[in-house]
Design a protein around this ligand. Structure first.
Ligand code: JFZ
Length: 332
Protein backbone atom coordinates (compact mmCIF):
# COMPACT_ATOMS: atom_id res chain seq x y z
CA UNK A 1 0.00 0.00 0.00
CA UNK A 2 2.72 2.49 0.96
CA UNK A 3 4.64 1.86 -2.25
CA UNK A 4 1.51 2.02 -4.35
CA UNK A 5 0.37 5.35 -2.98
CA UNK A 6 3.76 7.11 -2.69
CA UNK A 7 3.36 9.21 -5.87
CA UNK A 8 -0.19 10.19 -4.86
CA UNK A 9 0.97 11.42 -1.43
CA UNK A 10 3.48 13.70 -3.07
CA UNK A 11 1.15 14.92 -5.81
CA UNK A 12 -1.11 16.99 -3.49
CA UNK A 13 -2.98 18.71 -6.34
CA UNK A 14 -4.89 17.07 -9.18
CA UNK A 15 -7.47 17.80 -11.85
CA UNK A 16 -10.84 16.03 -11.88
CA UNK A 17 -12.63 16.15 -15.23
CA UNK A 18 -16.29 15.33 -15.78
CA UNK A 19 -16.83 15.09 -19.51
CA UNK A 20 -19.41 13.07 -21.41
CA UNK A 21 -22.28 13.36 -23.89
CA UNK A 22 -24.22 15.22 -21.15
CA UNK A 23 -21.67 18.05 -21.61
CA UNK A 24 -23.32 18.76 -24.96
CA UNK A 25 -26.61 19.53 -23.20
CA UNK A 26 -24.70 21.62 -20.64
CA UNK A 27 -27.48 21.63 -18.06
CA UNK A 28 -30.21 22.46 -20.55
CA UNK A 29 -32.98 20.19 -21.84
CA UNK A 30 -35.65 21.11 -24.39
CA UNK A 31 -34.64 24.76 -24.13
CA UNK A 32 -34.94 24.93 -20.34
CA UNK A 33 -32.29 25.01 -17.61
CA UNK A 34 -32.04 21.84 -15.52
CA UNK A 35 -31.20 22.10 -11.83
CA UNK A 36 -28.66 19.82 -10.15
CA UNK A 37 -25.55 18.05 -11.40
CA UNK A 38 -25.41 18.46 -15.19
CA UNK A 39 -23.98 14.93 -15.55
CA UNK A 40 -27.21 13.59 -13.96
CA UNK A 41 -29.34 15.00 -16.79
CA UNK A 42 -30.66 11.62 -17.95
CA UNK A 43 -31.87 10.68 -14.45
CA UNK A 44 -33.23 14.09 -13.51
CA UNK A 45 -35.27 14.43 -16.73
CA UNK A 46 -35.91 10.66 -16.97
CA UNK A 47 -34.80 10.73 -20.59
CA UNK A 48 -35.51 7.45 -22.40
CA UNK A 49 -32.35 5.75 -23.63
CA UNK A 50 -33.47 6.00 -27.28
CA UNK A 51 -33.90 9.76 -26.96
CA UNK A 52 -30.60 10.19 -25.08
CA UNK A 53 -28.87 8.35 -27.93
CA UNK A 54 -30.60 10.29 -30.67
CA UNK A 55 -30.20 13.78 -29.17
CA UNK A 56 -26.82 13.52 -27.45
CA UNK A 57 -24.79 10.39 -28.32
CA UNK A 58 -25.34 10.59 -32.07
CA UNK A 59 -24.61 14.34 -32.03
CA UNK A 60 -21.51 14.23 -29.86
CA UNK A 61 -18.63 15.47 -32.00
CA UNK A 62 -16.09 17.45 -29.91
CA UNK A 63 -13.94 18.66 -32.79
CA UNK A 64 -12.15 21.23 -30.62
CA UNK A 65 -10.79 18.55 -28.27
CA UNK A 66 -7.00 18.76 -27.95
CA UNK A 67 -5.48 16.44 -25.34
CA UNK A 68 -2.10 18.17 -25.46
CA UNK A 69 -3.68 21.54 -24.74
CA UNK A 70 -5.69 20.19 -21.79
CA UNK A 71 -2.69 18.52 -20.22
CA UNK A 72 -0.38 21.51 -20.77
CA UNK A 73 -2.96 23.70 -19.07
CA UNK A 74 -3.24 21.27 -16.17
CA UNK A 75 0.53 21.15 -15.80
CA UNK A 76 0.75 24.96 -15.90
CA UNK A 77 -1.78 25.09 -13.05
CA UNK A 78 0.58 23.07 -10.86
CA UNK A 79 -1.60 19.97 -10.90
CA UNK A 80 0.21 16.63 -10.93
CA UNK A 81 -2.53 14.15 -11.72
CA UNK A 82 -5.63 13.95 -13.85
CA UNK A 83 -8.72 11.83 -13.32
CA UNK A 84 -11.35 11.79 -16.05
CA UNK A 85 -14.77 10.15 -16.44
CA UNK A 86 -14.25 7.03 -18.58
CA UNK A 87 -17.89 6.12 -17.90
CA UNK A 88 -20.26 8.12 -15.73
CA UNK A 89 -23.69 7.02 -14.44
CA UNK A 90 -25.25 7.32 -17.91
CA UNK A 91 -23.32 4.18 -18.86
CA UNK A 92 -21.68 5.73 -21.90
CA UNK A 93 -17.99 4.85 -22.38
CA UNK A 94 -15.81 7.80 -23.37
CA UNK A 95 -13.19 5.37 -24.72
CA UNK A 96 -13.01 2.61 -27.30
CA UNK A 97 -14.64 -0.33 -25.52
CA UNK A 98 -14.66 -3.88 -26.86
CA UNK A 99 -17.18 -4.84 -24.19
CA UNK A 100 -20.00 -2.62 -25.42
CA UNK A 101 -20.55 -0.56 -28.56
CA UNK A 102 -22.15 2.15 -26.45
CA UNK A 103 -18.94 4.20 -26.61
CA UNK A 104 -17.45 7.32 -28.15
CA UNK A 105 -15.58 5.54 -30.97
CA UNK A 106 -18.40 3.26 -32.12
CA UNK A 107 -21.54 5.29 -31.37
CA UNK A 108 -20.66 8.95 -32.09
CA UNK A 109 -19.60 10.77 -35.27
CA UNK A 110 -16.34 11.70 -33.49
CA UNK A 111 -14.84 8.18 -33.88
CA UNK A 112 -11.74 9.13 -31.88
CA UNK A 113 -10.61 7.81 -28.49
CA UNK A 114 -9.92 10.86 -26.29
CA UNK A 115 -8.77 8.66 -23.38
CA UNK A 116 -5.98 7.23 -25.51
CA UNK A 117 -4.96 10.76 -26.53
CA UNK A 118 -5.06 11.99 -22.94
CA UNK A 119 -3.07 9.03 -21.64
CA UNK A 120 -0.37 9.77 -24.23
CA UNK A 121 -0.31 13.51 -23.43
CA UNK A 122 -0.04 12.80 -19.70
CA UNK A 123 2.89 10.49 -20.30
CA UNK A 124 4.55 13.16 -22.43
CA UNK A 125 4.17 15.89 -19.79
CA UNK A 126 4.79 13.76 -16.69
CA UNK A 127 1.26 13.94 -15.30
CA UNK A 128 -0.20 10.90 -13.50
CA UNK A 129 -3.34 9.66 -15.22
CA UNK A 130 -6.45 7.77 -14.21
CA UNK A 131 -10.15 7.13 -14.62
CA UNK A 132 -13.41 7.76 -12.87
CA UNK A 133 -15.57 4.70 -13.57
CA UNK A 134 -19.18 4.40 -12.37
CA UNK A 135 -19.13 0.76 -11.28
CA UNK A 136 -22.59 0.85 -9.67
CA UNK A 137 -25.05 3.22 -11.32
CA UNK A 138 -25.49 2.50 -15.03
CA UNK A 139 -28.55 3.91 -16.76
CA UNK A 140 -27.92 2.10 -20.03
CA UNK A 141 -27.54 -1.48 -18.82
CA UNK A 142 -30.90 -3.26 -18.36
CA UNK A 143 -29.64 -5.12 -15.26
CA UNK A 144 -27.86 -2.31 -13.43
CA UNK A 145 -29.37 -0.27 -10.60
CA UNK A 146 -30.69 3.19 -11.26
CA UNK A 147 -32.79 3.39 -14.41
CA UNK A 148 -36.44 3.35 -13.33
CA UNK A 149 -37.82 5.00 -16.47
CA UNK A 150 -36.69 2.57 -19.21
CA UNK A 151 -36.43 -0.58 -17.07
CA UNK A 152 -38.26 0.05 -13.74
CA UNK A 153 -35.04 -0.86 -11.94
CA UNK A 154 -34.85 0.32 -8.31
CA UNK A 155 -32.08 2.45 -6.83
CA UNK A 156 -32.94 5.38 -9.08
CA UNK A 157 -32.42 8.39 -6.87
CA UNK A 158 -29.00 9.57 -5.84
CA UNK A 159 -30.08 8.85 -2.19
CA UNK A 160 -26.62 9.16 -0.85
CA UNK A 161 -27.38 8.39 2.75
CA UNK A 162 -31.03 7.34 3.11
CA UNK A 163 -31.15 4.97 0.19
CA UNK A 164 -28.54 2.43 1.16
CA UNK A 165 -29.35 -1.29 1.27
CA UNK A 166 -32.21 -0.79 -1.18
CA UNK A 167 -31.30 -4.19 -2.63
CA UNK A 168 -32.37 -5.88 0.62
CA UNK A 169 -35.91 -5.03 -0.42
CA UNK A 170 -35.38 -6.18 -4.00
CA UNK A 171 -33.82 -9.64 -3.73
CA UNK A 172 -34.92 -10.24 -7.33
CA UNK A 173 -32.36 -7.65 -8.39
CA UNK A 174 -29.40 -9.53 -6.93
CA UNK A 175 -28.90 -11.98 -9.80
CA UNK A 176 -29.41 -9.20 -12.33
CA UNK A 177 -26.90 -6.97 -10.53
CA UNK A 178 -24.35 -9.78 -10.71
CA UNK A 179 -25.09 -10.15 -14.41
CA UNK A 180 -24.34 -6.44 -14.92
CA UNK A 181 -21.20 -6.49 -12.76
CA UNK A 182 -19.87 -9.60 -14.55
CA UNK A 183 -21.02 -8.52 -18.00
CA UNK A 184 -20.08 -4.84 -18.04
CA UNK A 185 -18.46 -3.34 -14.93
CA UNK A 186 -15.64 -5.83 -14.37
CA UNK A 187 -14.87 -6.42 -18.09
CA UNK A 188 -14.73 -2.66 -18.76
CA UNK A 189 -12.53 -2.00 -15.71
CA UNK A 190 -10.22 -4.80 -16.85
CA UNK A 191 -10.02 -3.34 -20.33
CA UNK A 192 -9.30 0.15 -18.96
CA UNK A 193 -6.37 -1.31 -16.99
CA UNK A 194 -5.00 -3.37 -19.89
CA UNK A 195 -5.39 -0.72 -22.61
CA UNK A 196 -4.50 2.50 -20.79
CA UNK A 197 -2.41 1.44 -17.76
CA UNK A 198 -3.96 4.03 -15.42
CA UNK A 199 -2.09 5.15 -12.29
CA UNK A 200 -5.36 5.54 -10.42
CA UNK A 201 -8.99 4.37 -10.55
CA UNK A 202 -11.78 6.40 -9.00
CA UNK A 203 -15.07 4.65 -8.15
CA UNK A 204 -18.26 6.17 -6.80
CA UNK A 205 -21.70 5.74 -5.13
CA UNK A 206 -20.90 2.36 -3.49
CA UNK A 207 -24.31 2.22 -1.80
CA UNK A 208 -25.82 1.43 -5.20
CA UNK A 209 -24.33 -2.07 -5.09
CA UNK A 210 -24.23 -4.67 -2.32
CA UNK A 211 -20.95 -4.44 -0.43
CA UNK A 212 -20.02 -7.94 -1.60
CA UNK A 213 -20.22 -6.84 -5.26
CA UNK A 214 -17.95 -3.85 -4.68
CA UNK A 215 -15.50 -6.11 -2.87
CA UNK A 216 -15.60 -8.57 -5.77
CA UNK A 217 -14.70 -5.72 -8.16
CA UNK A 218 -11.77 -4.79 -5.93
CA UNK A 219 -10.54 -8.41 -5.91
CA UNK A 220 -10.77 -8.65 -9.69
CA UNK A 221 -8.70 -5.46 -10.07
CA UNK A 222 -6.02 -6.67 -7.67
CA UNK A 223 -5.74 -9.98 -9.55
CA UNK A 224 -4.36 -8.16 -12.58
CA UNK A 225 -2.94 -4.92 -11.14
CA UNK A 226 -1.27 -4.61 -7.76
CA UNK A 227 -0.05 -1.04 -8.22
CA UNK A 228 -3.03 1.01 -9.45
CA UNK A 229 -4.25 3.38 -6.70
CA UNK A 230 -7.93 2.96 -5.79
CA UNK A 231 -10.11 5.57 -4.11
CA UNK A 232 -12.07 4.84 -0.95
CA UNK A 233 -15.51 5.04 -2.51
CA UNK A 234 -15.34 1.62 -4.17
CA UNK A 235 -15.95 -0.53 -1.14
CA UNK A 236 -16.78 1.00 2.18
CA UNK A 237 -18.73 -0.11 5.13
CA UNK A 238 -19.56 2.83 7.35
CA UNK A 239 -16.26 4.32 8.37
CA UNK A 240 -14.18 1.47 7.01
CA UNK A 241 -13.01 1.60 3.47
CA UNK A 242 -10.96 -0.84 1.47
CA UNK A 243 -9.41 1.65 -0.93
CA UNK A 244 -5.98 3.26 -0.76
CA UNK A 245 -7.29 6.55 0.58
CA UNK A 246 -10.48 8.18 1.75
CA UNK A 247 -12.53 10.50 -0.45
CA UNK A 248 -14.28 13.29 1.40
CA UNK A 249 -17.73 14.63 0.60
CA UNK A 250 -18.01 17.06 -2.28
CA UNK A 251 -18.37 19.87 0.24
CA UNK A 252 -14.87 21.09 0.99
CA UNK A 253 -15.96 22.81 4.22
CA UNK A 254 -16.45 19.30 5.54
CA UNK A 255 -12.84 18.35 4.89
CA UNK A 256 -12.40 15.07 6.70
CA UNK A 257 -10.66 13.11 7.98
CA UNK A 258 -7.64 15.07 9.12
CA UNK A 259 -5.56 11.92 9.53
CA UNK A 260 -4.59 9.26 7.04
CA UNK A 261 -4.62 9.63 3.26
CA UNK A 262 -7.54 11.65 2.05
CA UNK A 263 -8.71 13.73 -0.90
CA UNK A 264 -11.29 16.48 -1.34
CA UNK A 265 -13.07 17.02 -4.65
CA UNK A 266 -14.38 20.59 -4.90
CA UNK A 267 -15.74 21.71 -8.25
CA UNK A 268 -15.40 25.23 -9.64
CA UNK A 269 -19.15 25.95 -9.54
CA UNK A 270 -21.92 23.66 -8.21
CA UNK A 271 -21.94 21.05 -10.97
CA UNK A 272 -19.25 18.57 -11.96
CA UNK A 273 -20.33 18.32 -15.59
CA UNK A 274 -20.47 21.47 -17.75
CA UNK A 275 -23.52 23.61 -17.01
CA UNK A 276 -24.04 26.76 -19.05
CA UNK A 277 -26.46 28.28 -16.53
CA UNK A 278 -24.40 27.65 -13.40
CA UNK A 279 -22.16 30.67 -12.96
CA UNK A 280 -21.50 30.16 -9.27
CA UNK A 281 -17.76 29.86 -9.90
CA UNK A 282 -15.65 30.68 -6.88
CA UNK A 283 -12.67 33.03 -7.14
CA UNK A 284 -9.26 31.44 -7.65
CA UNK A 285 -8.21 32.56 -4.16
CA UNK A 286 -10.83 30.17 -2.74
CA UNK A 287 -8.97 27.22 -4.27
CA UNK A 288 -5.57 28.49 -3.11
CA UNK A 289 -6.96 28.52 0.41
CA UNK A 290 -8.42 25.01 0.00
CA UNK A 291 -5.12 23.77 -1.33
CA UNK A 292 -3.21 25.20 1.62
CA UNK A 293 -5.79 23.78 4.03
CA UNK A 294 -5.65 20.33 2.46
CA UNK A 295 -1.85 20.26 2.28
CA UNK A 296 -1.50 21.38 5.90
CA UNK A 297 -3.76 18.50 6.95
CA UNK A 298 -2.05 15.89 4.82
CA UNK A 299 -4.74 15.71 2.15
CA UNK A 300 -4.93 16.12 -1.61
CA UNK A 301 -7.10 18.51 -3.57
CA UNK A 302 -8.69 17.06 -6.69
CA UNK A 303 -10.23 20.13 -8.25
CA UNK A 304 -12.97 19.53 -10.80
CA UNK A 305 -13.59 21.21 -14.15
CA UNK A 306 -16.32 20.49 -16.69
CA UNK A 307 -15.25 20.84 -20.33
CA UNK A 308 -17.88 21.66 -22.94
CA UNK A 309 -19.50 19.46 -25.56
CA UNK A 310 -17.30 20.85 -28.32
CA UNK A 311 -14.17 19.60 -26.56
CA UNK A 312 -12.98 22.94 -25.25
CA UNK A 313 -12.63 23.68 -21.58
CA UNK A 314 -15.13 26.11 -20.10
CA UNK A 315 -13.51 29.59 -20.21
CA UNK A 316 -14.83 30.21 -16.68
CA UNK A 317 -12.80 27.18 -15.53
CA UNK A 318 -9.66 28.04 -17.48
CA UNK A 319 -9.69 31.57 -16.01
CA UNK A 320 -9.50 30.02 -12.53
CA UNK A 321 -6.82 27.51 -13.56
CA UNK A 322 -4.75 30.28 -15.10
CA UNK A 323 -4.81 32.41 -11.94
CA UNK A 324 -3.89 29.43 -9.76
CA UNK A 325 -0.98 28.73 -12.13
CA UNK A 326 0.31 32.28 -11.77
CA UNK A 327 0.09 32.04 -7.99
CA UNK A 328 1.92 28.69 -8.04
CA UNK A 329 4.69 30.21 -10.15
CA UNK A 330 5.16 33.04 -7.69
CA UNK A 331 4.73 31.04 -4.50
CA UNK A 332 5.67 27.56 -5.67
C1 JFZ B 1 -21.15 11.62 -7.16
C2 JFZ B 1 -21.75 11.59 -8.56
O1 JFZ B 1 -23.09 11.22 -8.48
C3 JFZ B 1 -21.57 12.97 -9.18
O2 JFZ B 1 -22.14 13.02 -10.45
C4 JFZ B 1 -20.09 13.28 -9.27
O3 JFZ B 1 -19.45 12.36 -10.14
C5 JFZ B 1 -19.46 13.25 -7.88
C6 JFZ B 1 -17.98 13.40 -7.93
O4 JFZ B 1 -19.78 12.00 -7.21
O5 JFZ B 1 -21.92 12.47 -6.36
C7 JFZ B 1 -21.71 12.53 -5.03
C8 JFZ B 1 -21.28 11.45 -4.29
C9 JFZ B 1 -21.10 11.58 -2.91
C10 JFZ B 1 -21.37 12.79 -2.29
C11 JFZ B 1 -21.81 13.87 -3.04
C12 JFZ B 1 -21.98 13.72 -4.39
N1 JFZ B 1 -21.22 12.92 -0.89
O6 JFZ B 1 -20.83 11.95 -0.21
O7 JFZ B 1 -21.48 14.01 -0.32
Amino acid sequence: HDRRIAWWREARFGCFIHWGVYSLAGGEWKGKPVKGYAEHLMRIKKIPLAEYKRDLVEKFNPQEFDADEWVRRIRATGMRYLIITSKHHDGFAMYDSDVKDYNIVKATPFHRDPMLELAAACKKYGIRFGFYYSQAFDWEDPDAPGNDWDYQNPGGDLHLFGGTHWFDYHPDMLTRIRKYVDGKSIPQIRELIRKYHPDILWFDTPSKLPFSENLRILEEIRKIDSTVVIDGRLANYGEYHFGDYQSTSDRPQEFFPVTGDWEAIPTTNESYGYSRYDSSHKPFSHFIRLLAKAASRGGNLLMNVGPMGNGEMDPRDTAILYRIGLWMQQNG
